[in-house]
Design a protein around this ligand. Structure first.
Ligand code: ADP
Length: 488
């Protein structure tokens, strides 16, 4: 038991586990790729939200601040109201704060961009003017426009330029987002498709690796139940099915060995009994024929009964020996060309007396001009006589038996059939009646026989490369048929 377990390298459990492992790898692989894609999407969106969006907002504010500075500067010079100066200063402070916020964001960025250069330049320029502003006395504001209009306009232009660059960056990032989302969807689909293909292939492989040996086993069991013999089944898989096939082959071998032993025993026994039986029969016949002196009527009657019974036993032994001869490898047929019609008619003539004794009519339907039959006359005669004997045996008095010969040119075969109106054979027994020693349940009690006739007949047909079949319905009679190839 331990040794068998060691041999199981690819058991069903291992196959299921490997399939599960592969599916899990693909599943988690797909999830990982999707996670990476989503992570990239999140990073890009974060940049858009945290940087580009802020820059866009602050840029707007910067432009507003610059416009406000320009406006309040002009108003202050025109109206000389201090409020405008204060507005100017607060816009200027706001501008400076917003600019520092942007620059701070830029310093957090690791890579240097053209935008960050431009922001720095703007800050430098602004600082220059702020410095100048610090040197002026408040009363001097009235005399000097501390930032010339052209400079403010230039700054506005610069900020607008950076802002549109930022907008372009946002657009680019959105495009990238779109691309990444498409890729995620594509990767997800590919993963799904691969999982489905692997799943399907895995299931098909598993199903195939189980169904194939099961079919082989069914075939083997089928042949054993039909013939009590099965060729070894070939299952190469190294799983439990392979083990089962090994056990089945062992069982089949054991069955065939036992069958062989039984057959050898019966053959040996028949042989041993036949020789003394022949002497007994000869002796009885000599006494009946009064070779050893006269016998009275009563003695003759009993001796004749003994002679008939000895004849029956002799016949039975002959059948037993015939079966074992057919089963042994020494069964040979000596085929000859036979005139089909007259061969069948001869056989019918041979059983005619028994049929007439039961008032049974045998009708032969044999077309003219049939090609010759190729076969062993002795065996084929036995085959036809077996089937005719059975038909007569199972027919009631006054019934009719039909013997038909058909030519199937397409398949190059003769089809012979013998139909009776007897009791028929139940469907569940039809597959068994060609087995050795098989007799129908209800027949065993009242009919003579040992159930060898049909088994012998089947072997004869198969030795001639033909097939046998039966069509029967309980209470409606039976048709026994067989095919034989013909010679052109
Ligand atoms: P036996 O040699 O004892 O006659 P067979 O092998 O010829 O046995 O037949 C086996 C069994 O098949 C019979 O016992 C009978 O049950 C069935 N059988 C054979 N021929 C017929 C038939 N024509 N009608 C009904 N049953 C039949």
């Amino acid at each position: 038991m331990r040794r068998i377990k060691m041999k199981l390298r690819y058991g069903i459990k291992a196959k299921l586990f490997s399939w599960f492992f592969i599916s899990a790898v693909i599943f988690f692989g797909t999830i990982f790729v999707l996670y990476m894609n989503v992570q990239q999407i999140v990073n890009i969106s974060e940049v858009i939200i945290n940087k580009n969006n802020k820059i866009s907002l602050i840029s707007k504010k910067l432009i507003e601040n610059l416009f406000s500075m320009e406006e309040n500067d002009k108003k202050y010079h025109l109206l000389k109201k201090k409020d405008y100066l204060n507005y100017f200063l607060s816009s200027q402070k706001e501008f400076q704060a917003n600019l520092s916020e942007i620059l701070q964001m830029d310093t957090m960025d690791t890579e240097e961009t053209t935008a960050s250069h431009q922001w720095k330049k703007l800050e430098d320029d602004f600082q220059k003017f702020f410095h100048k502003l610090g040197e002026l006395k408040k009363t001097e504001y009235s005399r000097s426009l501390w930032i010339p209009e052209s400079v403010i306009n230039q700054w506005i232009q610069n900020v607008t330029k950076i802002q549109s660059e930022n907008e372009r960056d946002i657009e680019k990032a959105i495009m990238e987002l779109h691309h990444r989302s498409q890729m995620s969807a594509k990767n997800g689909l590919i993963g799904l498709a691969i999982s489905m293909v692997v799943g399907l292939v895995g299931i098909m492989f598993l199903a195939y690796s189980m169904i194939r040996p099961i079919r082989e086993l069914i075939r083997g069991i089928g042949t054993i139940s039909q013939d009590r013999f099965s060729k070894p089944i070939h299952i190469r898989s190294k799983d439990e099915f392979g083990e089962l096939a090994g056990a089945f082959n062992k069982m089949a071998l054991r069955l065939s060995q036992e069958e062989q032993m039984r057959s050898d025993f019966i053959s040996m026994l028949s042989h041993e009994i036949r020789t003394p039986l022949t002497s007994i029969r000869e002796s009885v016949n000599m006494i009946v024929e009064e070779v050893m002196g006269t016998i009275n009527q009563k003695q003759r009657k009993f001796l004749q009964i003994a002679s008939t019974e000895i004849g029956r036993i002799h016949d039975l032994l002959n059948r037993f020996m015939q079966v074992s001869r057919l089963e042994s490898g020494f069964f040979r047929i000596n085929p000859r060309s036979l005139e089909t019609g007259s061969f069948v008619v001869d056989c019918i003539y041979q059983v005619k007396p028994i049929a007439e004794a039961k008032n049974i009519n045998i009708e032969a339907q044999i077309p003219d001009g049939l090609p010759n039959l190729m076969g062993d006359p002795e065996h084929l005669k036995r085959l036809l006589l077996n089937l005719l004997d059975n038909a007569i045996k199972f027919s009631d008095s006054g019934n009719k038996i039909k013997v038909r010969v058909e030519l199937d040119e397409k398949d190059s075969i003769f089809k012979f059939s013998i139909t009776d109106n007897g009791p028929g054979i139940p469907e569940d027994e039809q597959s068994l009646i060609f087995n050795k020693y098989y007799q129908a349940r209800d027949v065993r009690e009242y009919m003579n026989g040992v159930g060898l006739g049909l088994s012998i007949s089947k072997r004869i047909v198969e030795a001639h490369k033909g097939t046998v079949w039966i069509e029967s319905k309980t209470g409606r009679g039976s048709t026994f048929g067989f095919s034989l190839p013909f010679t052109k």
